[in-house]
Design a protein around this ligand. Structure first.
Ligand SMILES: Cc1ncc(C[n+]2csc(CCOP(=O)(O)OP(=O)(O)O)c2C)c(N)n1
Length: 279
């Protein structure tokens, strides 16, 4: 892929990070840490890999995306706004009473395939969708975005096992390997190492990348499309809170919105345009 396209994707990721902080500042609650860690590969997915039509969200030939880590709705809605599913101004209604943009994604919002938020369930739904699409001889793909903490859920491993068994090569998981969960390091709470070996043992194709390197993110999606007879997991090494210095690698920023002065600091650090400071 040419460098100009990579630079364009990086610029989109920058806008999406600004939108995440902006939406959180208006809402006064929400999850910044895991939204910012998943931003770069999220942008590579929506603006390079994904086959979709934001003006026709239910187009039958679309690829499906399931954010199993549904708490990162600030990222999901920012991606949907940047793609054109919803108006960007609607992000100001995030988590407000009556808004389509709730703390976890729900199907009232165009572009959301399934409501998520209860961790460890998204992959089971993704496996069912991938099986169904294959039975219908569709060439659509299913993408499932998971947090590494979700690998501590038993149902996740049943889904991993069945996807390997059924050779679902139309299924691609992106694992946001930021190493942190709600109250500390994943390795301290319930260790997962060796993570790649575990997925490999369940018959998955493994791709390991730096999840903040846009060229690697794009290439990983391209490589995953070529894999035959196996599902693919892209293990993306990331930093929770990436882009905002005081949020990076801090578990306390998992599910806490910045106060007004903190939001201003974050937006300044991100060099967001002045229009973002209207809260
Ligand atoms: C079944 C279930 N248990 C607990 C929670 C509360 N919860 C929300 S996010 C989170 C931690 C998730 O960690 P991880 O999957 O690593 O997400 P990330 O760090 O990428 O945001 C927890 C425990 C939940 N949403 N669902």
């Amino acid at each position: 892929m040419d460098q100009a396209k990579i630079e364009e994707l990086k610029a989109i990721a920058h806008r999406v990070r600004c939108d995440i902080i902006w939406a959180l500042a208006h809402a006064g609650s929400g999850h910044p840490g895991g939204s910012l860690s998943a931003t770069d590969f999220g942008v590579a997915l929506y603006f390079h890999a994904l086959r979709h039509d934001p003006k026709n969200p239910c187009w039958e030939g679309r690829d499906r995306v399931i954010f199993s880590k549904g708490h990162v709705s600030p990222l999901v809605f920012s991606l949907l706004a940047e793609s054109g599913y919803i108006e960007r101004q609607e992000l100001k209604t995030f988590r407000k009473l009556g808004s389509r943009l709730q703390g976890h994604p729900n199907m009232e919002c165009p572009g959301i395939e399934v409501g998520t938020g209860s961790l460890g369930q998204g992959l089971s739904v993704a496996v069912g969708m991938a099986l169904g699409l294959r039975m219908n001889r569709s060439d659509s793909r299913v993408y499932c975005i998971m947090g590494d903490g979700e690998n501590q859920e038993g149902a996740t491993w049943e889904a991993i096992m069945s996807a390997g068994h059924y050779k679902l090569d139309n299924l691609c998981v992106v694992l946001d390997n930021n190493g942190l969960q709600i109250d500390g390091w994943v390795e301290d709470v319930m260790g997962l190492a060796p993570l790649a070996d575990k997925w490999r043992a369940f018959r998955w194709h493994i791709i390991e990348i730096d999840g903040h390197d846009m060229a690697q993110c794009v290439q990983a999606f391209e490589d995953a499309k070529k894999v035959k007879g196996q599902p693919t997991v892209i293990i993306a090494k990331t930093i929770k809170g990436k882009g905002v210095s005081f949020m990076e690698n801090e578990a306390e920023w998992h599910g806490k919105a910045p106060k007004r002065d903190e939001a201003i600091r974050a937006l300044q650090e991100l060099a967001c345009p002045l229009e973002y400071f209207d809260f």
